[in-house]
Design a binder for this molecule. Sequence first.
Ligand code: DX5
Ligand code: ZN
Length: 217
Amino acid sequence: MSVTISPSILNCDILDLRGELEKISNADFAHVDVMDNHFVPNLTWGLPVVEQIVAANILPVDAHLMIADADRWAPAYAEAGCASVTFHVEAAAAPIRLAREIRNQGARVGMALKPTTSIEPFEEILDEVDMILIMTVEPGFGGQPFLSSMLPKIRRTREAAKRRGIDLAIQVDGGVSQQTIEQCADAGADVFVAGSAVFKAEDAAAEVETLRTLAAS
Ligand code: DX5
Ligand code: ZN
């Protein structure tokens, strides 16, 4: 299975965002966490900042929208040129329609599940998305410990995709590090978000490669 590494810039040096993105240019995507202080108790940035990250053209943008009223806002992130747009299913009134709108804008579409949201109700609509994001922490903050209780959900999602014959990407986000990435890969994840593991490392690019190697092993 191919391995995709998408470092989260949530806790990078935001005053040197261009430099930070350049540090991780060996990654596959830049994971950009959009938070609105409604869906999660934290606030980051919105569309104008994401548009500038896209325009900088250093890495394709993997937008993770932790925002209420995803139906209203998510398509604009696809229109802005994000390579991948992930909305939370808990925040979407009409996830199928929304997924189709994002795809119509030419982006890959991801559907994210908080730790207490099960995959089972969404099995029938897996072919409407390119990726399922299984949160391995409660969304909102970087640096939280990995929830290994999410591993069975990753496994069940991979099994469901196989059963349905779908080429589904499974992303994990939260507490992904050298200590936890192999368990995620074993369970069937293939897209790995790592925030603090990458940006707290002495050499961010080397950390990306280490994570890639561990996930592929
Ligand atoms: C948390 C965000 C994550 C966060 C991960 O809600 O979605 O992308 O940056 O940070 P770490 O890797 O430190 O858990
Ligand atoms: Zn994220």
